[in-house]
Write a protein that binds this ligand. Structure first.
Ligand code: HEM
Length: 548
């Protein structure tokens, strides 16, 4: 999730959307109050957030560090809020990039009412500084709580976050991923059957829509050990998440709704409550099943652990809980809240971002026949003409370096998510020494991966699709660098990054081997909602490839 307030998904859009209206006043105020009880240093910083101009002018001629440049016109009440008007582009990433060009700086700042300084970073070195320090997540993530719960990995801080991250890391390890390949393949077969139906009925395929169905199927199975595809109850659960995601996405575009539209608030409350109940029910049922399994099994507890571990992340979590607390243990309110928050987080973060990347990648490939040819040749030589064969393994997929480069190049051009942090200090000692000479303290800092990954100082022909740039030694260095950050970097990077890449590669391998395609709109718009998505869904006409 993704997940800036455009989460694993939401940071850019939320942070920026918040910036556009006074709706964030309320969020910021609540956040400030909450933080008062935490650390004296933070209290001091938060309390001093204001719109004063002291030391912020970009045109100063002294050598003392200054805050980044801002757009020229600042309204006495709305600050630069109107300069972030989404109706002008539908996309914050593009809006920020335009301002960076206009202000001739890769780090820019907006003054926003109550929020104060909102700094947008399009420079890799500054981003590295921010990610390398344990700055807290921005309060703008609060908008995601109805979706991801109050105790989500995305929003937790300090020791609580560390403990949770440590306990979920094994669920995303190569060892676990190896076991998920057959599940992903199984779900991808279903996805391809639906694409085949589009072909047979002579209709176009909305690649984003189809890919969302696929990634939901996968996360529900790998995350919770469930299959919600063909049951009315399962469909209801999926609809709840989709409706809630779309509601929160709408409030990103128009944050006033979040606070002033009773129908919006009511719908959000109702759907969020339903999602919460569904998750709690699922956890209780699974815990009962596992207890029964452990009580009845003739096998040793170690064997049961192994078999359940293979099933899904939820079973894995509950086994660990029983191991630490004893087989008869009951989940307390706190445990339940933490577990359901993580489930909701994986559910939400684990589908939109990955689906978006599958859709963009296929759309880009069919417009670049040379790249498509290379990717096909590679997949067919390592895996064969039918990549959804049961024999396909994690190791074979790892060999497909070009396919990996295609996925990464897509994420470079169209990063679905970003991240936003709060840098609390007002002390000059804590200001950033190597960050292009700018002060960042006492600000909300949004790391804009779109701008970083299209920086012409780093990337040749930055707007072009060129997967080859990620190949070989040079490519590996690029992947490791702070100029390539679709999953963020550092201790708080995306926990699901390898899982997402695996899913993307399996879906792409299947699509390119089975179909040729034509795009319907070669100028597909990149828009920001909760994540950044292709507005038209990367609609394509698919054709079965003729077998040679
Ligand atoms: C293409 C797909 C994905 C992209 C581009 C992506 C991107 C991101 C980004 C940018 C962050 C924010 C990191 C930060 O704040 O520094 C993040 C965090 C996170 N993502 Fe993803 N993500 C993807 C897929 C997934 C999947 C499949 C899952 C889980 C099933 C997942 C779960 C998470 C979680 C739990 C976090 C919070 C991690 C933490 O704070 O410890 N993401 N992701």
């Amino acid at each position: 999730m993704a997940l800036s307030s455009r989460s694993c998904s939401g940071s850019t859009s939320l942070a920026a959307a918040a910036a556009t209206t006074t709706a964030l006043f309320a969020a910021a105020a609540t956040w400030k109050l909450r933080r008062v009880s935490h650390a004296a240093r933070r209290v001091e910083a938060v309390a001093t957030i204001s719109n004063d101009d002291d030391g912020e002018s970009s045109s100063t001629t002294t050598t003392t560090p200054t805050y980044p440049p801002t757009p020229p016109n600042r309204h006495w009440l709305f600050g630069h809020g109107r300069d972030l008007d989404l109706t002008r582009t539908n996309n914050h990433d593009v809006l920020f990039l335009n301002w960076m060009t206009e202000l001739k700086s890769k780090v820019i700042m907006f003054h926003l009412p109550i929020v104060g300084r909102f700094i947008v970073v399009g420079d890799a070195d500054v981003a590295r500084y921010v990610l390398g320090n344990a700055f807290v997540k921005s309060p703008t993530y609060g908008a995601l709580l109805p979706l991801i719960g109050r105790r989500s990995l995305v929003t937790m801080e300090g020791e609580e976050w560390k403990a949770q991250r440590k306990s979920y890391n094994p669920g995303f390890s190569p060892d676990f991923l190896r076991r998920t390949v057959s599940t992903i393949i199984d779900k991808t077969r279903r996805f391809m059957d639906v694409c085949d139906m589009d072909v047979n009925y002579g209709r176009s395929t909305n690649m984003l829509g189809r890919a969302i169905d696929l990634t939901i199927d996968v996360i529900v199975s790998v995350g919770f050990g469930e299959d919600w595809h063909d049951t009315a109850d399962g469909k209801d659960k999926v609809d709840t998440m989709r409706e809630l995601t779309s509601l929160i996405g709408e409030s990103m575009k128009d944050p006033l709704r979040r606070y002033f539209s009773p129908s919006h608030m009511w719908k959000t409350w109702r759907l969020s409550g339903r999602l919460d109940r569904d998750m709690k029910f699922l956890v209780r049922r699974r815990l009962d099943e596992i207890i029964l399994e452990r009580t009845n099994a003739a096998a040793s507890p170690v064997d049961i652990m192994e078999s359940s571990k293979q099933r899904d992340i939820l079973s894995f979590t509950l086994h660990r809980f029983l191991q630490s607390n004893g087989v008869g243990a009951k989940l307390g309110r706190n445990d339940m809240e933490i577990i359901t928050s993580q489930l909701k987080t994986f559910y939400f973060a684990g589908h939109d971002t990955t689906a978006t990347t599958i859709a963009w990648a296929y759309w880009l490939l069919i417009q670049h026949p040379e790249c498509l040819g290379k990717a096909r040749e590679e997949v067919e030589s390592y895996i064969g003409r039918e990549p959804l064969d049961d024999m396909t393994t994690f190791e074979m997929l790892q060999k497909c370096e070009y396919l990996d480069a295609v996925a990464r190049e897509t994420l470079r051009l169209y990063p679905p998510a970003a991240t936003t942090r709060y840098i609390p200090s007002t002390s000059p000692d804590d200001d950033v020494p190597n960050a292009g000479g700018y002060l960042l303290g006492n600000s909300i800092v949004h790391l804009n991966f779109y701008a970083i990954q299209r920086d012409p100082r780093v990337w040749d022909v930055p707007d072009e699709f060129a997967p080859d740039r990620f190949l070989g030694e040079v490519g590996r260095k690029r992947i490791a660098s702070s100029s390539f950050v679709p999953f963020s970097k550092g201790a708080r990077d995306c926990i699901g990054k390898y899982f997402a890449l695996l899913e993307i590669k399996i879906a792409l391998a299947a699509l390119i081997c089975r179909y040729d395609g034509d795009v319907i709109d070669p100028n597909e718009a990149y828009v920001t909602r909760l994540t950044s998505i292709p507005r038209g869904g990367c609609e394509v006409n698919l054709r079965r490839r003729s077998v040679a």
